[in-house]
Ligand binder design. Structure first.
Ligand code: 5GP
Ligand code: MN
Length: 341
């Protein structure tokens, strides 16, 4: 986005507006962190602001400041639809294609005509927004929101709540500052967030040290189910619906499981396939290290996308057939999957 457009947005936001902010379905730390940070920021200017999430978040995000104010579309569809219809500005955060909010909410978004502002860090954005502020090189949407506030020359407005929300998304989307998109700029921003009152140790504990017994048992099952395809430096994990039920699966429990497959020596491509009988789909997460693009792989074969090293996808056939399709695709990528770790 060019400087003029930030000025245009600043002008737009200079008088109180009705504003909705939307994360993607199955919101993660970056999605909720960025939405809530923007929420607290916009409230300072007397806007009427609502965060509308397609569905609920995992328990490990329930403590985020302002989470209790979020309207969940799936639970309160009539109210959420009304707010969306009345919104003058709709911010879409941490996603770049409208289908990522789910079918029902997508229909609502396609039938309203607010000013859409997309702030995101995924590759290949769809062209639905009036303002598209996207940088696929940035580690998280939370960093993008920080930079957005910076471009509006409002860094002084960042308070403890905003800093806490932004820190959370940067922490989770960088795998605790491990992933390659974590730059010196990220660390400078994080330093500023600490100065504004974000408590790094407390946030880490609230996100990561809240496992249930069932979750750890499920992790044990996932690790037992892991298969390695040595010829292609690939490893994958499956979890069936009955396995999830057995260990009392709660939303968010499988977060991070796929990284165990990627942590294997010589493995550069990892996947986890999770059966969701209710939705009738297999939810897939892909991860890679190095140049192999799981964004391209998922876009080409599994109706998804994301980043070079982390992407999501889904499949409408059975768990078994999905895995067979996956394994059968690997030889096509023979050259790419020979790279060194
Ligand atoms: P996860 O595997 O954690 O669901 O997703 C990995 C990354 O890919 C996240 O940044 C997520 O937002 C993104 N992602 C997941 N599914 C999709 C999709 O269908 N399309 C796009 N463009 N990105 C996705
Ligand atoms: Mn993100």
């Amino acid at each position: 986005m060019i400087l003029d457009q930030f000025q245009e947005i600043k002008q737009l936001l200079s008088t109180p507006k009705k504003i909705a902010i939307i994360p993607h379905r199955n919101p993660d730390g970056d999605a909720y962190g960025s939405c809530l940070a923007l929420y607290h920021y916009l409230l300072k200017f007397n806007h009427q602001v609502t965060v509308i999430s397609p569905n609920d978040c995992p328990n490990f995000l329930k403590w985020l400041p302002g989470e209790e104010d979020i309207v969940v579309f799936e639970n309160t569809t009539v109210k959420a639809t009304q707010i969306l219809k009345e919104a003058e500005i709709v911010f879409t955060l941490d996603f770049n294609a409208l289908h990522r909010v789910g079918e029902k909410m997508q229909k609502v978004l396609e039938n309203i005509s607010p000013i859409y502002v997309m702030i995101d860090h995924h590759q290949q954005p769809d062209d639905f927004a009036n303002f598209t502020y996207v940088d696929a090189a940035v580690c998280s949407t939370c960093q993008m929101v920080y930079q957005f506030i910076e471009k509006l020359e409002h860094l002084d407005f960042i308070d403890k709540n905003i800093a806490t929300c932004l820190y959370t998304g940067i922490l989770t989307d960088t795998g605790s500052f491990r992933f390659p998109a974590t730059t010196s700029t990220t660390h400078r921003i994080v330093a500023n967030l600490l100065d504004k009152g974000a408590n790094n140790s407390e946030i880490y504990n609230k996100i990561h040290n809240v496992s249930t017994y069932g979750r750890l048992q499920l992790l044990g099952k996932a690790l037992q189910n892991m298969k390695i395809v040595e010829a292609y430096q690939t490893a994958y994990i499956t979890l069936s619906q009955s396995e999830l039920n057995k260990f009392n699966f709660q939303k968010g429990d499988t977060e991070g499981f796929v990284n165990y497959a990627l942590s294997l020596k010589n493995v550069i491509f990892a996947a986890i396939f999770i059966e969701d009988k209710k939705q009738g789909i297999i939810k897939i997460s892909f991860r890679s290290v190095g140049d192999f693009s799981v964004n391209e792989f998922s876009r080409s074969h599994f109706n998804g996308g994301g980043h070079t090293n982390a992407a999501g996808g889904r499949s409408d056939v059975s768990l078994e057939k999905t895995v067979t399709k996956f394994v059968d695709l690997l030889p096509q990528y023979n050259e790419d999957l020979k790279l060194n770790k």
